[in-house]
Design a protein around this ligand. Structure first.
Ligand code: PMP
Length: 404
């Protein structure tokens, strides 16, 4: 038999999809499960965006487009990315539109590291699992940088100093952060930039897909720090901001890499769906009240879930600064019920309490000394949040070992 390549065999996955299959199997058996697994807004795309897609289809705008996207969307995205980031000098030709933000993770790694050269990529742990998966599959060396609860899920700068070597090619940052909801302050980003100034060979991939869901103050990108613009790949898109995950529109900007990313797209999907591109243009240029209302709703639900989680025995949860994820520390809850770790707790919550969450191990290796965590996506209804966290609290109370 012909064999599957080591590269393909080494490909990781997003365990959210694996757990979701587990949840769906239980639901099919008639089990009542409250799910906090999936990382997507629980809203439809705004009406005017849907209308724009229908108009595109009806008016015959559904063929191939240039690989970098239609000019109208590149122009709008350039203006939008700049306006949200203190007026950066982003030009339409610096912007590439893709089928979601995700493909640019692979393109960025492939465009900044060489196979078999020992090139290193530093990425957040815990973090979006596709970073590590793509780093490994592309033959680069994965270098995780641990996030610290005591630093509100930023990393220690001394860790960054230690991890950067002459082989470092790319630093992946993701703020607001999946899965912790953490943010980096302007000061922290300036400190990171100060370190990077001494290592001019390192690119930055700023995964800013949750930039419109930063709840405190104005969003600030590392690309805004003097000297960082040229070497930063800004990644954003329509998925989270306008509830358009399945429409598959992401946009990335970098003056040097835009033509390179365009060529990758020509070699892979050819272009993002033209229909979705016209819809994304309307999302950017049209009224923003739907996006603002979603943000307000997420913020209210954040406050609710954090308050409720902190009332659960053995659970403590920081207030996340952005995205729609809560990342409670469940170390003490595990101890009380005799769960081996967060994954054991997750399984028991699912099977015995009917509550679906993801565990820290779905986002990387557990950070030594940082305890056990699970992720709640609070893109769920208020009722689901109240009932789900109540189930968790009841489950922990009921199963608390007497000796604990
Ligand atoms: N980056 C992060 C951190 C994400 O959480 C996600 C989606 N869950 C993506 C990128 C991918 O976004 P898209 O759906 O636009 O490809």
């Amino acid at each position: 038999m012909p064999e599957i390549s080591r590269r393909a065999s080494s490909l990781g996955t997003e365990n959210a999809f694996v757990v979701l299959a587990e949840v769906n199997a239980l639901v099919r058996q008639g089990r009542d499960i409250i799910s906090f697994c999936i990382g997507q807004p629980d809203f439809p795309a705004p009406d005017h965006v849907q209308e724009a897609a229908i108009r595109a289809i009806k008016s015959g705008k559904h063929g191939y487009t240039p690989s970098a996207g239609i000019d109208e969307l590149r122009e709008a995205a350039a203006r939008y990315l700049a306006a949200m980031r203190g007026g950066l000098p982003i030009r339409p030709e610096d912007v590439v539109v893709g089928a979601g933000a995700k493909p640019f993770i692979a393109y960025a790694v492939l465009s900044t590291t060489d196979y078999g050269a020992g090139d290193e990529v530093i990425y957040p742990n815990p973090g979006f699992p596709i970073y590590e998966s793509q780093i490994v599959a592309s033959g680069a060396k994965p270098v995780p940088i641990h996030l610290r609860e005591a630093r509100r899920f930023a990393f220690d700068l001394t860790d960054l100093e230690k991890l950067i070597t002459p082989k470092s090619r790319l630093l992946i940052l993701n703020y607001p952060h999946n899965p912790t909801g953490g943010l980096l302050s302007r000061k922290e980003l300036e400190e990171i930039a100060a370190i990077l100034r001494r290592h001019p060979q390192v690119w930055v991939y700023a995964d800013e897909i949750y930039s419109r869901l930063a709840y405190a103050g104005e969003f600030f990108s590392i690309a805004q720090v003097p000297g960082m613009y040229e070497r930063t790949i800004i990644s954003d898109g329509a998925s989270k901001t306008w509830a358009m995950t399945g429409w598959r529109i992401g946009f990335t900007s970098n003056p040097l890499l835009a033509p390179v990313f365009t060529r990758w797209i020509t070699n892979t999907e050819s272009c993002a769906s033209q229909i979705s591109q016209w819809a994304a243009l309307e999302a950017i240029n049209g009224p923003q009240h739907a996006a603002e209302a979603m943000k307000k709703s997420f913020r209210e639900r954040r406050d609710l879930i954090v308050r409720l989680l902190n009332e659960v025995p053995g659970v403590s949860c920081q207030v996340p600064g952005g995205a729609f994820y809560a990342w409670p520390n469940v170390t003490e809850a595990c101890r009380r019920i005799g769960a081996a770790d967060s994954e054991d707790l997750r399984r028991r919550l699912l099977n015995e309490a009917g509550v679906a969450v993801l565990a820290d191990i779905h986002f990387g290796t557990r950070v030594p000394g940082e305890g056990q965590h699970v992720r709640f996506s609070y893109a769920a209804s208020r009722q689901a949040i109240e009932a789900g966290v109540q189930r968790m609290a009841d489950f922990i109370r009921k199963n608390t070992k007497k000796a604990a």
